[in-house]
Ligand binder design. Structure first.
Ligand code: TMP
Ligand code: ASP
Length: 234
């Protein structure tokens, strides 16, 4: 830990300790990366959009019975959260084929999937976040079978809630990534839900309004983040 209490600097957020050992302060940055940090850039005011949007969604999820790390928004870019031990598994939920699913399986982007797809990847930039399954997770001792059962059920419930929230905002939720943490013996939702971690398309035009605009150099990146924020009525 350094002198100002910073515990960790991630690609999009800084994490600070607080006087309470069970509480952390996270500060969202405008830095943007893609492809395991190989592409670097910045998106003006992304930190504000992601902080406020993620908090808004976490509050809605809490109200619908989903446990999250959210405690309190303390500024445009900063939030107090419960200090969890992150499960090093990225949980991806897909409603429509896109991104690595389309590439890996040769399916055109935009094809409606007949079932919701749950995918896991090992959270490791050095290894390129490799795709893993339940057996790999047990073999690598990343989480127990019981924890993964809870995580899978929560991820599917979160999908149902997010589909409604975004559809009411005129947005199609194509896919998204979640991270979970251990807190006082239970599994709770951690990290963030934002245009960095979701694919969101305009319901009418199917225009991409998420980080794919940065990943694929599509332009209007800041505008897309602002548009999602505005439509959610935060
Ligand atoms: P993918 O199609 O590239 O695997 O991405 C699936 C979803 O996960 C998409 O909504 C973007 C999100 N995602 C992250 O949040 N972090 C990542 O590092 C990656 C690769 C994807
Ligand atoms: N944020 C991720 C990274 O830099 C990738 C992504 O979201 O595409 O690895």
């Amino acid at each position: 830990m350094n002198e100002n209490g910073m515990l960790y600097e991630g690609k999009a957020k800084k994490v600070y300790r607080t006087e309470d050992p069970d509480v952390l302060r996270i500060a969202y940055k405008d830095d943007a990366t893609a492809f395991d940090g190989k592409k670097k850039g910045s998106i003006a005011n992304k930190g504000i959009v992601n902080n406020r949007m993620s908090n808004h969604i976490f509050r809605l999820l809490e109200a619908r019975g989903i446990p999250t790390h959210y405690i309190k928004e303390i500024s445009d870019r900063e939030t107090l959260v419960k200090r969890v031990e992150i499960v090093p598994v990225e949980v991806i939920v897909r409603n429509i084929a896109a991104g690595s699913f389309s590439r890996r399986y040769g399916v055109e982007e935009g094809r409606e999937l007949p079932v919701t797809v749950l995918e896991y990847s090992y959270k490791s930039d050095e290894l390129g976040d490799p795709l893993i399954n339940d057996c790999h997770i047990q073999a690598l001792e990343l989480a127990t079978a019981e924890e993964m059962d809870t995580i899978a059920k929560l991820a599917l419930r979160i999908n149902e809630e997010l589909l409604k929230i975004f559809s009411d905002a005129g947005l199609i939720l194509v896919d998204f990534k979640l991270e979970f943490g251990r807190y006082k013996g239970s599994i709770i939702l951690a990290d963030e839900i934002s245009p960095d971690t979701c694919r969101l398309w305009d319901s009418q035009t199917r225009k991409k309004l998420d980080k794919d605009r940065f990943r694929r150099d599509l332009g209007d990146v800041e505008e897309a983040y602002q548009e999602v924020y505005r439509r959610l009525g935060i």
